[in-house]
Design a protein around this ligand. Structure first.
Ligand code: DGT
Ligand code: CA
Ligand code: CA
Ligand code: ZN
Length: 575
């Protein structure tokens, strides 16, 4: 069982306690425990079943919750959650899964309107009773109405963020492999294309014992419902709401099946047109001339039969990749191995959880050559550092650097671009840094003109080396703030200011905007925005966005060795 799943169940307990007016300290304890588990770098379930591990050593986990987690790992059931579910109307859990609704609102509906199910909520909306509650404006009501409609039609499952889907996919693939009898196994679909959210997982397998694989799949501990099952395919729903499709195929068809089920649908439709023009037929079993299969063993064979170079899955969106494959002009996409440093992360000097030393050690473990420590500036009220504190941190970094070989910590800061458009730190301080990233965190409700001007103002400052998470979006909870992105991209290119691709759940820049930025001549920097050591692993998601945008190593500043990286920064070029 993966950490995301344990954390989700602990979070359910917090929600259910809150709805049933449980002890607020207990609510908080479960929420903290959920966070601790979600942030833990190693699989908690494995540690617990290994024996020697004491859960109460973890921050925020006491004896009671430790026992609960141990029971969960051993039995697949969290006792506290079962008890709570038995004591409340079961429909309340469905309400919690609706977009825009959390425990506070569900409790309010329950207490004030006697709402106990999706149907009850729909009736209350229709009768205008929700609108009478304080804090429910037209926008929120519309969002809830949409969520209720989706839930009522059985389609209410939210898309899962790639970060989380990664854990679920890995766990279920490992489970299937552990059962034996599997020759090849891979995840296709939007997951393989590395889309930022996943509708469902599509797993393709070759096996000499299809029936046994299908049976084992249906018995996976998290399965709540087997939606469809045949001799070679099955669809299940997990307790997290995630749907998983499994197909068992012949080895001679594995490449064709992977190609078909990777999609995208738009990409596949274009491929079929190419096949038809060559008097061939393309489907999930292979490429056929008449009834004779001419390829299907590998994806490369399938593309070759159509006269195309193999296309990396991240590009398969029918956005021009097929013409490039035909002309042998596909980009050599950047890979995780190309990345030599991580240029945004936080320590406990601002809102991070780990110390500077811990972040450095973890980054060295990832074989980076350099990192930037980018704690927040004063505007981030609770967490920001004053100029004096920043200078003190930089002194510590100087000392640290003297004691290291082959690795360098860059003196940096994540500086807020204030609501007024001014920058949060003075030029003399910025000039002493090795690297500065400027970002917007506040005043997101301003107009497009105001927000665009703020970003342009930051780009105009010669000491701003990069704009961090440039659009402010967070997948899937918050869209971009209004921004004239073309104007921003042109200005960044002209000023040699980098634009960040942030690999946290922001996934910001989005892939489509990174494409647009590249066309204006922008260079990029990839970062994780890690707030603990585990999140340093988010670089693969920044790389995913970059690959979907067709970026090559040469487009990305932190694929360069340190001297070249530093020389390429505008602060060194402008002298
Ligand atoms: P998702 O799950 O909504 O994030 O997106 P996908 O792309 O994973 O879509 P999904 O799971 O419905 O199907 C996986 C792939 O299988 C899809 O990308 C292309 C292929 N596929 C599925 N159904 C069809 C279909 O009716 N026609 C074609 N051409 N391809 C299909
Ligand atoms: Ca899918
Ligand atoms: Ca599917
Ligand atoms: Zn930030």
């Amino acid at each position: 069982m993966q950490n995301a799943e344990i954390a989700r169940l602990l979070g359910d307990v917090a929600d259910l306690l809150e709805i049933s007016a449980g002890n607020p300290f207990k609510v908080r304890a479960y929420r903290n425990a959920a966070r601790t588990v979600a942030d833990h770098p190693d699989p908690i379930a494995e540690l617990v079943s290994g024996g020697e591990f004491d859960l109460t050593d973890l921050a925020g986990i006491g004896g009671g919750i430790a026992k609960e987690i141990t029971a969960l790992v051993e039995t697949g059931v969290l006792p506290q959650r079962q008890q709570l579910i038995a004591a409340i109307p079961p429909g309340l859990l469905d309400l919690l899964r609706i977009a825009g609704l959390g425990p506070k609102r569900v409790k309010l509906f329950h207490d004030e309107l006697k709402v106990n199910s999706v149907a009850d909520l729909k009736a209350a909306l229709d009768a205008g009773n929700v609108a009478k509650l304080p804090g429910f404006g037209p926008k929120l009501l519309e969002k809830i109405r949409e969520g209720v409609a989706a839930a009522a039609s059985g389609d209410g499952h939210k898309r899962m963020v790639l970060h989380e889907a990664e854990q679920y996919a890995r766990a279920i693939v490992e489970y299937l492999k552990a059962g034996g009898g599997i020759d090849e196994i891979d995840v296709a679909g939007s997951f393989r294309r590395r889309k930022e959210t996943i509708g469902d997982l599509d797993i393709v397998v070759t096996s000499s014992k299809p029936a046994a694989v299908i049976e084992r799949f249906g018995k996976y501990g998290e399965v709540t419902h087997v939606a469809a099952q045949g001799d070679t395919r099955s669809t299940v729903r997990l307790s997290s709401g995630l749907q998983v499709d499994l197909r068992v195929v012949e080895p001679s068809c594995f490449g064709a099946a992977m190609q078909y089920f990777t999609g995208s649908q738009a990409h596949n439709i274009e491929l079929r047109k190419i096949a038809q023009a060559k008097k061939l037929k393309l489907n999930e079993y292979g490429v056929f001339r008449g009834s004779k299969c001419i390829s299907g063993r590998t994806e490369r064979d399938v593309y070759a039969a159509l006269g195309l170079d193999w296309i990396p899955p991240e590009l398969r969106e029918n956005r021009g990749e097929i013409a490039l494959a035909k002309a042998h002009k596909l980009p050599a996409l950047v890979t995780l191995d190309d990345i030599r440093g991580d240029l945004q992360m936080h320590t406990d000097a601002s809102d991070g959880k780990a110390t500077l030393a811990e972040m450095v050690e973890a980054a060295r473990g990832l074989r980076y050559e350099y990192i930037a420590i980018t704690d927040h500036s004063p505007r981030t009220s609770m967490a920001g550092q004053t100029p004096a504190e920043i200078r003190a941190q930089w002194k510590v970094i100087d000392t640290l650097n003297k004691g290291m070989r082959g690795f360098r910590v860059l003196k940096s800061v994540e500086m807020d671009i204030l609501e007024s458009g001014k920058l949060d730190l003075p030029d003399d301080l910025l000039a002493e840094a090795d690297y500065v990233v400027a970002t917007i965190h506040y005043g997101l409700k301003q107009t497009e003109r105001q927000l665009t001007d703020r970003v342009l103002g930051a780009i105009a400052n010669r000491w701003v080396d990069a704009i961090g998470h440039p659009t402010g979006r967070i997948v899937p909870v918050r869209p971009s703030y209004p921004l004239d992105f073309d104007v921003v991209a042109k200005a960044a290119a002209a000023a040699k200011c980098l634009l960040e691709i942030n690999g946290s759940e922001r996934m910001d820049l989005p892939d489509t905007l990174a494409v647009a930025a590249k066309s204006h001549g922008v260079r990029f920097v990839l970062s994780t925005d890690a707030h603990n050591t585990r999140e340093l692993g988010f670089m693969k998601f920044a790389v995913a966005v970059a690959r979907r945008a067709g970026l090559e190593a040469g487009d990305i500043a932190n694929t360069r060795p340190l001297p070249e990286f530093l020389k390429g920064l505008r602060r060194s070029r402008n002298h």
